[in-house]
Design a protein around this ligand. Structure first.
Ligand SMILES: Nc1nc2c(ncn2[C@@H]2O[C@H](COP(=O)(O)OP(=O)(O)OP(=O)(O)O)[C@@H](O)[C@H]2O)c(=O)[nH]1
Ligand SMILES: [Mg+2]
Length: 305
């Protein structure tokens, strides 16, 4: 019952990827021949699944096709969707979904950190959670104002300091307010930069230490926000972040504006961390919890649903 609208959103969100080579390839009535594998390889590379992932998926698909004696492209699509879903599935639930949690949002400039926090705050508030936002991006002018706008729209509380303040001090005060108000989810915005690794490491390390000290029994996850439009560069960015801080998951934004949806597979495979949410637009409702099966089906352009 609920599946249809969500699936529609995914289909719209993955619009550019879907109407591309992958969808056309599987819609073809031709059988499974040499050209099929060649075109599939090209389509997966163009969707930014990455060379290594593409090669492995093709090998696995070939084995399944042989084993199950699949002879048409609809069957191949189903088999590939299963393989892709398996590659991007995580068994570990998102900590905020299982109880009280702190979520630290990191990522380079302009990827959609603040927007994603606004969407997350709204969605979890709608689910009955009590949210506190920490405006720990004290680096960029107007960053706190921007988060403040989202706090207003999402109808949640926020703690901020002045520009240039210590981000860890903002988080410290946000935790005090979080405790006083009886909140159960703290979302922390951070400054978007990676140009100075030592600084970033210090800043994030300090924030995590404050959280560990002030909320020792609350799980804390760091989510890296990546812009899907940047394709394989997003994977490189993720590697760079993984070098300086602990990463627990990814939010992949702007999936609505790119034909590079395959990058999801690449991120899961290379980083070994789950994609938790995907951004499919600029509106407050345009953030979806990541669903492996729906993603795989939408990516391959399954219009049967
Ligand atoms: N189309 C689309 N646009 C998005 C999405 N997520 C964010 N944006 C847009 O991306 C732009 C940057 O978003 P911000 O949330 O300010 O990004 P940020 O990472 O906080 O940026 P800095 O704080 O400057 O590092 C805004 O114009 C957002 O509306 C998405 O899923 N789809
Ligand atoms: Mg921001």
């Amino acid at each position: 019952m609920e599946r249809k609208p969500l699936f529609q959103k995914w289909k719209t969100g993955l619009g550019k990827t879907r109407t591309g080579l992958l969808a056309r390839l599987f819609a073809s009535k031709d059988g499974i021949n040499e050209a099929f594998y060649e075109e599939l390889e090209e389509a997966l590379i163009l969707a930014d699944a990455g060379a290594g992932v593409t090669e492995r998926l093709l090998d696995e698909l070939q084995a399944v096709i042989k084993e199950q004696k699949i002879s048409d492209r609809a069957g191949a699509r189903k088999a590939l969707a299963g393989l892709i879903a398996k590659a991007v599935t995580t068994q570990k639930p998102f900590s905020a979904d299982t109880g009280e949690a702190v979520v630290l949002i990191v990522g380079v400039n302009g990827v959609g950190k603040t927007t994603s926090i606004g969407k997350l705050a709204n969605s979890y508030r709608e689910q009955g959670r009590k949210i506190m936002l920490a405006a720990a991006d004290t680096f960029r002018a107007a960053a706190a104002e921007q988060l403040g706008e989202w706090a207003k729209r999402a109808d949640v509380a926020m703690v901020r300091h002045n520009e240039g303040a210590d981000p860890a001090a903002v988080v410290f005060d946000a935790i005090a307010s979080y405790k006083a108000k009886g909140c159960d989810l703290l979302l922390c915005d951070t400054a978007g930069r990676l140009h100075n690794k030592a600084n970033l490491m210090n800043e994030l390390g300090k924030i995590r230490r404050v959280i560990a000290r002030e909320l020792p029994d609350t799980p804390c996850e760091t989510l890296l926000v990546l812009d899907a439009v940047t394709g394989q560069n997003a994977v490189a960015q993720a590697r760079a972040f993984a070098e300086v801080c602990q990463l627990d998951g990814v939010i992949l934004t702007k999936l609505d504006g790119t034909a590079k949806g395959g990058v999801v597979i690449s991120i899961c495979e290379t980083l070994k961390v789950p994609v938790r949410f995907v951004g499919v637009g600029e509106g407050i409702d345009d953030l979806q919890p990541f669903n492996a099966e729906l993603f795989a089906e939408a990516l391959l352009g399954n219009d049967a649903d």
